[in-house]
Structure formats: structure tokens, C-alpha cells
Design a protein around this ligand. Structure first.
Ligand code: NAD
Length: 246
């Protein structure tokens, strides 16, 4: 589905991002994964190469909120592969802190990674995606629809991701660039393992499909939206959450 495509996946070292990288590679894309640390980037690449030594995968660890760093890395990727077709803004950090304990530092940590990095990466990728009539995909969340009982800036940041998705879809459509998001429900990753049981268990009881998501469930949706099969889809926030919502 992604033959000859060059894709960048932020937060690609574990969890949902790692599953997206793997699924893209299985579908014959060349993939550049980003992580927060060199060691986790190397570990992820090694584990993918162990699965298939022919996978074309490399990695970087830029500060995603620093325009200059991101610009430089995108230039290097373009020089290496000749083009860039797909950007997946997936890196994110969650929060379940109650309002009375919420610090400005935590507010900034959540909004910097979950909103500012999406803005910076989308802005810096623009010249490359204009050339390829490429695709931007963002990782939103189920909580961007229903909110969350604590950790207010996490759902708020995902509402912002939806806003960026819908707005950039309109702004970039005349350039031939599609912009969509996937809104995962509760998904089996480290992020969810960190959340309190009291938050997760009642949630599972509300899922008609009777289980939490696997990273592969989410990666399948990204692969479809990244592919030419979704060529007439833009500005969509696709829920992948086992809920029979509408
Ligand atoms: P995870 O914690 O397993 O992985 C997070 C990824 O983000 C890692 O690759 C990490 O390297 C990267 N990252 C973290 N901090 C970073 C930083 N400061 N700079 C650069 N990269 C950084 O999380 P996950 O569950 O796989 O979440 C991935 C995305 O999916 C996030 O945007 C998250 O909000 C979203 N999401 C997750 C769930 C879920 O239930 N797991 C549900 C809905 C949405």
C-alpha cells in the first residue's frame, strides 16, 4: 500500500508509533522514526531490523519543538531519500493530574509536545509535501471527543490536534496535501500502563467490542489514511476505539 513512499513517524520508538512504523515497513515504505533519545531510537531500529533485515528504516531524535532542529533533520532526510511523502505527528505525552495539583510546568510539558510539536513539524514539512502532494497524519485521542475526568490539558491538547487537522486540511487541500487524524481509544501501550486502574477499568466496561485496542489496530488505520486508497479523504478524525458511538 505504501510502495516507494518515504514516511516520518514521530514517537516511533514504542507503542502506537512503533506499530505504525512496522506496518508502514510491511507495506514497503521507507521509514524514518523519531524518538526522544538516541538509545531508544537505536533500540527500535535494531528490533525492526531483527524482524526483517531488508526494512529501510533509520532514525533521529530532534527536539520537536525547536524549528531549527526539525528543519535540519527534514533537510537531511530529503537529501538521503530524495523526497518525503508522509509525516505522522504521533509523539505525545498524557496526564491524569487533578486541577488543584496541576503545575504550569506540566501544562507546558503537555502542550509543548502534544500541540507545539505538531505545529512545528507540519510547518517545516510543508515544502517537501508540496513537491510530493503528500500526507500529514496526526494522533488524536478518544478523549478529544469526550474529555477526561482529570489531567485537563491532555484532552485539551487533543482537541487542539483535531483543530489543527481540520484547519490544515482546508488550508493545504489546494496544494494537494491531505491532512487527517486517527483518534485511538484506550490502547495497550506504556502510556496506558502508567494510568491508574480506577481510570482504565470502568472505561473498558463501556467498550462494545469488549477489549482495549492493540497498537496494530491503530496502525492499520494510519496505513489506510497514508495510502492512495484514502486519496479522497481529508479533514477526518477517524475514531479507532471499539465504541459504537454514532
Ligand atoms: P508511548 O508513551 O508508548 O510512546 C510515546 C512516544 O512518544 C515514544 O516513541 C516517545 O519516544 C515519544 N516521546 C515522548 N516524549 C517525547 C519528547 N519529549 N520528544 C519526542 N518524542 C517523545 O505512548 P503511546 O500510547 O504509543 O502514544 C502515542 C500517541 O498516541 C500519543 O500522541 C498519545 O497521546 C496517543 N494516544 C494514545 C492512547 C493510548 O491509549 N495509548 C490513546 C489515544 C491516543
Amino acid at each position: 500500500m505504501l510502495e516507494n513512499k518515504v514516511a516520518i513517524v514521530t514517537g516511533g520508538t514504542r507503542g502506537i508509533g512503533y506499530a505504525i512504523v512496522k506496518k508502514f515497513l510491511e507495506n514497503k515504505a521507507k521509514v524514518v522514526l523519531f524518538g526522544s533519545k538516541e538509545e531508544s531510537v537505536i533500540k527500535a531500529i535494531n528490533s525492526l531490523k531483527e524482524e526483517n533485515k531488508d526494512y529501510e528504516v533509520s532514525g533521529y531524535f530532534p527536539n520537536l519543538t525547536n524549528e531549527e532542529e526539525v528543519k535540519k533533520v527534514f533537510e537531511e532526510i530529503k537529501n538521503k531519500y530524495g523526497k518525503i511523502d508522509i509525516l505522522v505527528n504521533n509523539a505525545g505525552v498524557s496526564s491524569s493530574t487533578h486541577l488543584e495539583d496541576y503545575t504550569i510546568e506540566e501544562y507546558e510539558k503537555i502542550t509543548n509536545l502534544n500541540i507545539k510539536s505538531v505545529f512545528v513539524c507540519s510547518k517545516e514539512i510543508l515544502p517537501y509535501l508540496e513537491e510530493t502532494k503528500g500526507v500529514i497524519l496526526n494522533t488524536s485521542s478518544m478523549v478529544s471527543i469526550c474529555g477526561q475526568q482529570s489531567g485537563v490539558m491532555y484532552p485539551a491538547s487533543k482537541f487542539a490536534v483535531n483543530g489543527i487537522t481540520l484547519s490544515l486540511a482546508r488550508e493545504l487541500a489546494p496544494k494537494g496535501i491531505r491532512v487527517n487524524a486517527v483518534a485511538p481509544g484506550v490502547t495497550e501501550t506504556d502510556m496506558v500502563k502508567k494510568l491508574p486502574k480506577e481510570m482504565i477499568e470502568p472505561l473498558i466496561k463501556t467498550i462494545p467490542l469488549g477489549r482495549i485496542g492493540k497498537p496494530e489496530d491503530i496502525a492499520n488505520a494510519f496505513t489506510f489514511l497514508a495510502s492512495p486508497m484514502a486519496s479522497y479523504i481529508t479533514g477526518v478524525v477517524l475514531s479507532v476505539d471499539g465504541l459504537a458511538r454514532n
